[in-house]
Unconditional design. Structure first.
Length: 154
């Protein structure tokens, strides 16, 4: 198995979408000491549009999980664009997953697993899984999932 994240991405045949431009006054990524913080990311598609829909209404659990995986690809693209080398990342530290869902939908952690499973594939099971929260809320532009994360650097 390839150990470097860039090699794993290639081996898995993952295609990163374009990095989205900031939607407000904030930095897409910020390095403080030995940590890389990534602002909330939505599910950017390869054509540069964002996925939309509310889990439990427009999207089912499986579609929500795929949206969360797409957020992971978007985040990797944002890191690569605004920080550079993905191989400088040592591990995932913390993830906040937000799901745009109906009030009666209660499987937010299963949706965010789409992101977490991708990170485990890219960074390895030990370094790709960190602490995590998964909550439901209204999200801008009716995107189904938004995720922010913190990574430790080598």
């Amino acid at each position: 198995m390839n150990n470097l994240p860039s090699q794993r991405i290639a081996t898995l045949g993952l295609k990163l979408p374009p990095a989205p431009p900031p939607a407000g006054l904030y930095k897409p990524v910020l390095v403080v000491d030995n940590f890389l913080y990534v602002s909330g990311q939505g599910p950017m598609q390869s054509d540069g549009t964002l996925m939309t829909g509310r889990v439990g209404e427009d999207l089912n659990l499986g579609q929500g999980k795929l949206a969360a995986e797409q957020v992971g690809l978007t985040m990797l693209s944002t890191i690569q664009t605004h920080f550079g080398d993905l191989d400088r990342i040592k591990r995932v530290v913390k993830v906040l997953g937000m799901v745009n869902s109906t009030p009666d939908f209660g499987q937010h952690p299963l949706v965010i697993n789409g992101f977490s499973e991708l990170m485990a594939d890219v960074f390895g099971i030990d370094n790709g899984v960190g602490v995590r929260s998964a909550v439901g809320m209204m999200l801008p532009g009716n995107i189904p999932v938004e995720i922010e994360a913190m990574f430790q650097l080598h």
